[in-house]
Design a binder for this molecule. Structure first.
Ligand code: SAM
Length: 256
């Protein structure tokens, strides 16, 4: 049985397929430890349309959430943007801090290719193809940001990597979707994803994302998981809930 999957008795009835198949559309919720298996499935063929889709499907909230992330970044000389994707957040950070050296890391080459095409000579940005859970860079950074990475990674591994690459006094700023708490909002949230799932049938490259993302968000308890590990490592933790608690920003500051 692949690592990260647990058997579920109804699975064969539920999907009629191999119950342990990684990324099986209906069995996704069996994935307990390794949602990373979904990264390839979600991002292999979505780079070119990514920016339009994320803006459209979040009703422009993604831009607002990223502005809130940027508000938390102190003036500093180096920033590491993990899972930078096509560089939406990376370039927005560069706009606000044109003199700061920024390194964007992503595991998906096609996303980095889109990001690299947007580079201009005045940018102090470099993009690296790497797995955030395996990075081993020779430099440390004053700030580490990431929009949408937490739910795909194993918290203690990612935090350890971040701490190894963070200067003292530095900040880790993570943003991602969260499953709302309020019953009415939960209902609206679920309805929204049902609509998105139907809409997804019209865009084949996004079908798997629209079907599986809600399950992944529901399963993830990333704010508590990462927050607790940050606290255990002596970081000062702050949480900002956004847009009816459908997303959140978790900030951890390393002591000097
Ligand atoms: C939803 S996109 C977000 C991109 C960008 N941060 C943004 O906000 O627009 C998620 C990105 O995370 C990347 N990713 C997922 N797991 C990763 C990992 N372990 N290391 C590096 N990148 C990862 C994917 O390749 C993808 O580009």
């Amino acid at each position: 049985m692949p690592i990260g999957l647990v058997p579920f008795p109804c699975c064969r009835i539920y999907c009629g397929a191999n119950p342990y198949k990684v990324g099986c559309r209906n069995c996704l919720w069996l994935i307990q430890e390794s949602p990373k298996a979904l990264v390839k499935q979600f991002f292999e063929n979505t780079a070119v349309s990514y920016e339009k889709i994320v803006n459209l499907t979040t009703f422009g909230r993604d831009s607002y959430w990223k502005r809130e992330v940027i508000k938390k970044i102190p003036k500093c000389s180096s920033i590491l943007d993990l899972a930078c994707g096509t560089g939406i957040l990376t370039f927005k950070i560069a706009e606000k801090f044109p003199d700061t050296k920024i390194t964007g890391v992503d595991i998906t080459e096609s996303f980095l290719n889109v990001a690299r095409k947007k580079l201009k000579p005045n940018h102090k940005i470099s993009f690296l193809l790497d797995d955030a859970e395996k990075i081993d860079l020779t430099t440390k950074f004053d700030c580490i940001t990431s929009s949408y990475i937490p739910k795909y990674c194993i918290p203690n591994i990612l935090i350890e990597k971040c701490l190894n690459h963070l200067n003292s006094g530095g900040k880790i700023i993570f943003h991602d979707f969260t499953y709302p708490q309020n019953t009415v909002v939960k209902g609206l949230w679920s309805l929204y994803f049902v609509i998105l799932k139907i809409f997804g049938r019209l865009i084949p490259n996004w079908k798997d994302v629209f079907e599986n993302l809600p399950k992944l968000v529901k399963l993830s308890n990333w704010v508590d998981d990462y927050g607790n590990i940050m606290k255990r490592n002596g970081l000062q933790v702050e949480i900002q809930n956004l847009t009816l608690r459908s997303s959140a920003i978790l900030t951890g500051t390393k002591k000097i």
